[in-house]
Every structure is written in C-alpha cells, then in structure tokens.
Design a protein around this ligand. Structure first.
Ligand code: DON
Length: 621
C-alpha cells in the first residue's frame, strides 16, 4: 500500500469581499416567518423568499461551540466525538466514525469498500481531497459483464466477480499519516469495541438485511456472519433488538490497528485473495498490493447567491473519478443568475430540474476516471460553457431528455479557459479543521458476500462502471466509453463530499449524502436551501427533494412535496413520479464570529444536523 505524492490543491487567489463586516442575521423568528410566508406564496408568481417545506415543520439544528460529528448511526457519531474529546484532529474523529460505520452498517459502507474525503486544514486554510475509491482488478475487461450474446449479466451486482479492489483502509491510513494527531490504534479502538462487544440491531439494519437476505444466505461466509445459527441448516437472520457481535471483524480490526498494511499485504489480504480464488473472483494479491489512494485537487468554484445581503461562497467538492463536484458546480453556476430567492417556488424547482438534466446529460458522456480518459473538467464548469447551456433553459416548459444532449465536444473545445447504502459523515474540530467523508460498498451489503474468516462485506462497485453503452447501472445511470471497464480503472461515482468556505477561506459548511445517482442533486438542494434560501442546516436537509438525472426522462419528487408545486410542475410539462424518499445527508455549518445577533457579538459556533430520513445523530460539545 503506497500513496501517490500529494498535490497541492490548485487554489485560485481568493477575492476578499466582506472581510470582517457582519454578514449573517438569522434570528429564529425571521426563519419561521419566512417559511410561513413562503408556503403561503408557494404557487404564486409574486416574488418571495419561497420554500418547498411544509409550514408545519421548522427543524432545528444541534448547536455546539467546540467540535461536532454527524454520522448515519448514533454510535458512530459518539465514537467520533470521543476521539475529538481525547484531543483528536477532525481526521482522527472522521476515521473513528468511518470505521465504526463499517461495523454498525455493513450494508452501507465499510472497509470492504471505498470512498472520498475532503479535508479543510485550518492552519493552511486549504482544502484537499483524497480518492480512496475502489479500483477495477487487473484482470477486469470492458466486456466482462456481457454474455456470449452481448447481453448484460447480473455478475456486476452480486457475488465475487462484482468486487473491485477496496480502498477504505488505505485511504483512512493515508489521511491519518498526513493529519492525524492521536495514535492510529487509538482511532481504530472504538470500532474494535463495537465489533467485539456488539450492538443492538435496529429496524433500518434489519430491513436492509432482509432486503438482501437471499444473496447473503447463498454465500456461506456471509450466512455465518448474518444468521444466528451461522452455518446451520435453517439459518435465522438477526432480528430487531438482537445483539450483533462480529468476532471475525473484531479480529481483523485488531490486526489493522497494529498494522493497516495487513489489509493489503498480510493475513487479511491472504484471506481475501483465497476467498476470491475459491469463488471465481478476479481480485488477486497483486491487486491489493498495488492499491494506492490518490490525493487529487478538489473541484472548486465561486458561488454568489443573489440575495439582499450578497455573500460569495467558495464551494469545493470531489473531482473525477467522482462526478459529484463537476455537476454540483455546473448546477450552481447554471442557477446563479436566476435570482432564485425571488422566483415563485414552482419556478425555482423548474429551473433546478432543467439544470439537473443538463448536468446528468454531460455526466453520461464525459465523466470517467481522469487517469484513463480526458475529462474536460475546467470546460464543463466554465461560465463560458454554462452561459451557453443556460440559454437553452426554457422558463415555461420542461424540455424532454431527447432535447437535452451532452455538450457538443466542438463547443467544449472552443471554450479554452478554461438510503441506506453508502454513508456520509461530517466532522469539525475545535480548531475548525473539517472533514467531509462519503464512503460505500455500493448496493446494500455490496456484492452480498463476506471474505471468509475476515468478517468483511465486499463491495459491488464494479457495477458503477458502464457495463455497455446505454446499459443502466443500479441507479439507472447510463454511461459510455469514458466510464467503460478497464484494468485498474476507477468506476465513476456520484459521491459528493463538499466543503464550503467564504472568500477569505473561512470554513462555513461541511455536507454530503448517500443516495446513488441522487447524491449530487441532494447536495445541490441542501446548498441552495442553506446559501440561497438562508435556511438552517436542519431545515435545509429536511426539505422535500426532487431529482432528475436526464435519463430516464422522469422527474422524481419525494412524497411530501407541496401539491401545489407538483401541479404547477406538471403544467410546465414535467413528467413526474411522486413518492418515496432518498438520501441520508448530514451537514455542519459554522456560524461565523463576525455574524451578529442583535447587537451581541459572539464567538463562532457550530450548527449540525442529520437527515430525518435516516437515523443518524449529530453530536457536539
Ligand atoms: O459511488 C457511487 O456513486 C455509488 N456507488 C454510491 C452508492 C450509494 O450511494 C447507494 N446509496 N443509496
């Protein structure tokens, strides 16, 4: 396990705008008032600060002065806070939280998977990002999931052939080596305890298990872990309230606490490789040995919402091989000039949907692993390009997916400047270092298999490649050559860990979410809610979501969307499906010291929230 040499993020000189002047006046009464006015005017053409949230709810964030962790499971947040309180850096807490999630939520993310993190370093005021996403095994080929007739098989989703080389351990260790302040073994310890002494499983855990039960039960190693009778004749899955102890995983974590290289070179590696060889998997010892996490420049852009009290933000998110950052910035830039806060709620959503279609059309064509294909990132996020694309948006009509194609490469060339699965966690420490980390095993319980003897649930990240042109992945996303399978290539992701600063590089917001293809649109809606509509993070996260990913040409709206807006969107020609919910976002906002509340000055403090759609916890101190 080695890592490439870190590159400094290519930060452009920051343009100071507001310096030390007061920038935020957001007393509670104002928020309540706006929400109520907004909903009264929801379908009115009268300009108003509008909202899609129901007036009944005004969720409040958790507040804390020193440090905070948000994660998808309460015990994981507590593990992170314990590390912060022991004097750990944000990265120490993020690692402890991520490893705890690996134990607590084997269906969402873990050491058998991979992910991305952004880190804000309070000393240098720089944001760097680490790619610890899985890579295709050396033996992978572009047509490996097509049968003799060229028909896609299901091998990319379940079983040993679906597994890409995991990066979580290498990535977390690399980040620790750069930034960690507490000993590695100390940050691994909470996860060891959770695996060894167990925890009570909740409804979310049980639902996830039942959903993937048939696959898990058909793999003897997974069956031994997830059924109480283990390998017995009539397996009985763990149920609500049962204590779930993972002895093999605890032993694996103990080895990793002593030597994280064990995952790639030692006993753990040998067990994974043997399991692969015995079951037709592609991953070999060479794959594990050659795994490298990669420091990459995040993709950053300035965003200036049109508001009475204008403030410019610098939004940084994950660059390729995640598509998240590129398309987050595309959507924000497309929307920036529209003065959203003074549009009707329907118009706000319509413009957002049209921006989503443009972004996801480009995703399908251009995005892939930048170490294998040239991804025109600068061009795709450039104003010159997006100004052209924005001009195509029609304010009073939904364009069909057929009308919205990926950018003409010639146009780009001319512009020369230029759920349940997956888990996000956010950490801010007392020095205002921050980590935004999203990681995954992809689909629920990944490939549905456990590497025998390790307790490790292995990912099915290979399904994030484009299996063949136009063949949708688990999330209905299609892609082309840019995201075709190749040896050692990284499958394209939508994970969007994001950090926002002001233009003086002061930390302002840490945010992210799971949700497959919906991750990017979830993050963009949270950012719009917080930065444009001035909602606190709890309200911004709780607000009903919509999603359009260009193909399929269908707008998805969560069940609790305001019916008046739904009706109006239909009238504009959007073909829509309502129902369900997605994402499990969390965020921490720094309320700056130079904000004012009445005439009372105060030091900065933190407001954090997890998603009401999930069962996470925000804990601060
Ligand atoms: O990297 C990606 O985009 C996907 N593998 C993430 C999967 C995910 O978020 C599943 N969550 N519901």
């Amino acid at each position: 396990m080695t890592s490439s040499s870190p590159d400094r993020p290519n930060l452009k000189p920051l343009r100071a705008t507001f310096g030390a002047i007061a920038i935020r006046v957001r007393p509670l009464v104002l928020r309540l008032g706006l929400t109520m006015i907004a909903s009264a005017l929801a379908s009115s053409p009268v300009p108003a600060i509008a909202s899609v949230t129901s007036p009944a709810s005004d969720p409040q964030p958790v507040r804390a002065n020193t440090g905070m962790v948000t994660a998808a499971h309460p015990l994981a947040s507590q593990a992170g806070v314990r590390i912060l309180q022991a004097g750990g850096h944000a990265i120490d807490a993020a690692i402890a939280t991520a490893l705890a999630i690996s134990v607590l939520e084997p269906y969402s993310a873990g050491i058998g998977g991979g992910g991305f993190l952004l880190i804000y370093d309070a000393d240098t005021r720089e944001i760097r990002s680490l790619d610890f996403r899985e890579r295709a095994p050396i033996a992978a080929t572009s047509e490996m999931y097509l049968d003799a007739d060229g028909v896609p098989t299901t091998d990319s989703r379940s079983g040993h052939r679906a597994v890409a080389v995991p990066g979580t351990v290498a990535g977390l260790y690399e980040a620790h080596q750069r930034y960690g302040q507490l000993p590695w073994a100390e940050v691994v310890q909470p996860a060891i305890e959770l695996a060894a002494t167990g925890f009570e499983v909740g409804d979310r855990w049980v639902q996830s298990l039942n959903w993937r039960a048939s696959t898990l039960l058909s793999n003897p190693a997974a069956r031994a872990v997830f059924s109480r009778e283990g390998t017995g004749e009539t397996p009985q899955l763990y149920g609500l309230g049962d204590r779930f102890i993972q002895s093999d995983l605890a032993a694996t974590l103990r080895r990793l606490a002593v030597d994280p290289e064990d995952f790639y070179h030692g006993q753990t590696a040998a067990a994974i490789v043997a399991d692969m060889a015995a079951n037709g998997g592609l991953m070999t010892q060479a794959d594990l040995e050659q795994y490298e996490p990669i420091w990459r420049d995040p993709v950053c852009g300035l965003f200036q919402p049109q508001r009475a009290n204008p403030e410019q933000f610098r939004v940084c998110a994950m660059a390729p091989p995640s598509s998240g950052g590129v398309h987050l910035l595309q959507m924000l830039t497309l929307l920036e000039p529209f003065d959203l806060a003074h549009q009707s709620a329907t118009q706000q959503q319509h413009l957002l949907i049209e921006a989503m279609k443009i972004a996801y059309a480009d995703r399908a064509y251009y995005l892939g692993d930048p170490d294998f294909v040239a991804v025109p990132v600068a061009e795709l996020v450039s104003s010159a390009y997006l100004d052209r694309r924005r001009a195509d948006i029609e304010p009073d009509r939904a364009r069909s997916a057929a009308e919205v194609q990926a950018a003409d490469p010639a146009l780009l060339r001319r512009i020369t400047m230029e759920s349940r699965d997956t888990s996000h966690l956010s950490v801010v420490d007392g020095n205002r270092n921050a980590v935004s980390l999203t990681f995954t095993v992809n689909g629920g319980f990944g490939a549905g298999i456990v590497a025998a003897g390790t307790g490790i649930v292995l990912n099915n990240e290979m399904d994030d490649f484009s299996i063949a042109p136009g063949v949708p992945n688990l999330y209905g996303l299609i892609g082309g050559a840019a995201n075709a399978i190749a040896a050692r290539k990284t499958p394209l992701s939508s994970m969007t860990p994001t950090i926002v600063t002001d233009t003086d590089a002061n930390l302002r917001l840490v945010v992210g979410s799971p949700g497959g293809s919906t991750i990017i649109t979830t993050v963009v809606q949270i950012l719009l809610n917080a930065l444009v509509y001035d909602q606190n993070v709890a309200t911004a996260i709780a607000a009903p979501r919509l999603h359009h990913q260009w193909q399929p040409d269908s707008l998805r709206l969560e069940a609790n969307f305001d019916p008046a807006i739904v009706r109006d969107l239909q009238a504009l020609g959007h073909s829509l499906v309502t129902g369900g919910q997605w994402g499990n976002a969390s965020a921490i906002e720094v309320i700056p010291a130079n904000a004012t509340q009445g005439s009372e000055p105060f030091t900065d403090y933190l407001e954090g929230a997890t998603d009401p759609r999930g069962q996470g916890l925000t804990q601060g101190f």
